[in-house]
Design a protein around this ligand. Structure first.
Ligand SMILES: Nc1ncnc2c1ncn2[C@@H]1O[C@H](COP(=O)(O)OP(=O)(O)OP(=O)(O)O)[C@@H](O)[C@H]1O
Length: 297
């Protein structure tokens, strides 16, 4: 019998999954899986459990938000041989899940996690950690990990928006030297993002429109720090038009398998919406097709 490890965060989103565990596990059993279920007990538990038991199962089904998926991927990346990943998004934002064209109903999602086709997906290596869909620094990147989970659960997306507005005056410039496969740039930056996803927080850059999750390349968006009102307008216009154009040279967008970021001071990053530390130098490498995720028709 094929073995499945079912890791779920009972608090993700509004704790929605707690009332639907029988439906989900029934779909797994119907598809012939032997199930070991583990509700996460604390931050870090999904990663530890995936690393501890991942080598013993054929598939790990992760149920929660982007943070839980991030942890499961980090746990599995520590293994020499990795089981397939099924994903049932039940978090507040579920940004990454938008890439997977999952069925709308929870039962459909569970059936997909149990019976769908595994497809290769690239993983980003960020110094000694991994990320599945985004690593970012600068404006607003602290919002997703700075919001207490309880608050976020009740007010959902509204929390992100309110926290973001409260932080508008505290925008900071980061002086960075950034090197990628095809060039290098040194400047003051407002925001930077390395991603493997069609959108982040609902925003889509030009490169993200035709993303492939398994091409060995991540999309990079770098926004220079605006030095005068005209540049502020250019950046705002870019954001409001949903990532069209290059904002009069204020925005750089490219694709690469490697990105090195050198700061003059420590720079706080977020990885998949979780706090990623504040390293002064960062090396990001794409590990092509490092995991298999079950999705698509
Ligand atoms: N039992 C637990 N108690 C407290 N925190 C937990 C527990 N289990 C998991 N976590 C942590 O909760 C954080 C958020 O989880 P998750 O991403 O699944 O849900 P979410 O925040 O509702 O969704 P999203 O990330 O999509 O906004 C993760 O960093 C995870 O480590």
């Amino acid at each position: 019998m094929r073995r499945m490890l079912f890791i779920y965060n009972p608090h993700a989103g509004k704790g929605y999954v707690k009332n639907h565990l029988a439906l989900i596990q029934n779909a797994f059993a119907r598809a012939g899986w032997l199930i070991v279920a583990h509700p996460t007990q604390a931050p870090g538990d999904a990663k530890d459990t995936a690393a501890l038991l991942g080598g013993w199962v054929d598939r790990v089904v992760c149920c929660g938000g982007d943070g839980t998926l991030h942890e499961v991927v980090n746990g599995l990346m520590a293994l020499p041989s990795r089981p397939e990943i099924g994903y049932i998004p039940t978090g507040t934002t579920n940004d990454f899940a938008r890439n997977l064209q999952l069925p709308r109903s929870l039962e459909g999602k569970a059936e997909n996690a149990a019976g769908g086709v595994p497809r290769p997906v690239d993983v980003g290596r960020f110094n000694d950690r991994c990320f599945i869909y985004v690593a970012a620094f600068g404006a607003f990147t602290d919002v997703s990990y700075d919001t207490p989970q309880g608050f976020k659960s009740v007010f959902g997306h509204l929390a992100y928006v309110l926290e973001g507005a409260a932080r508008l005056p505290s925008l900071q410039a980061y002086h960075l030297q950034i090197t990628w496969d095809g060039g290098t740039v040194e400047d003051d930056f407002l925001y930077g993002m390395v991603s493997n996803t069609i959108s982040v927080g609902g925003f889509q850059s030009r490169e993200q429109k035709d993303v492939r999750l398994d091409d060995g390349l991540f999309e990079v968006l770098l926004v220079r720090f605006p030095q005068n009102p005209a540049q502020v307008q250019s950046v705002l216009g870019y954001l409001m038009q949903g990532g069209k154009g290059d904002a009069d040279g204020m925005v750089l967008s490219l694709r690469t398998a490697l990105l090195e970021v050198e700061g003059e001071v420590p720079v706080p990053w977020t990885l998949d919406g979780e706090y990623g530390g504040d390293p002064q130098s960062v090396s990001i490498r794409v590990e092509r097709q490092a995991v298999s995720i079950v999705y698509g028709k």
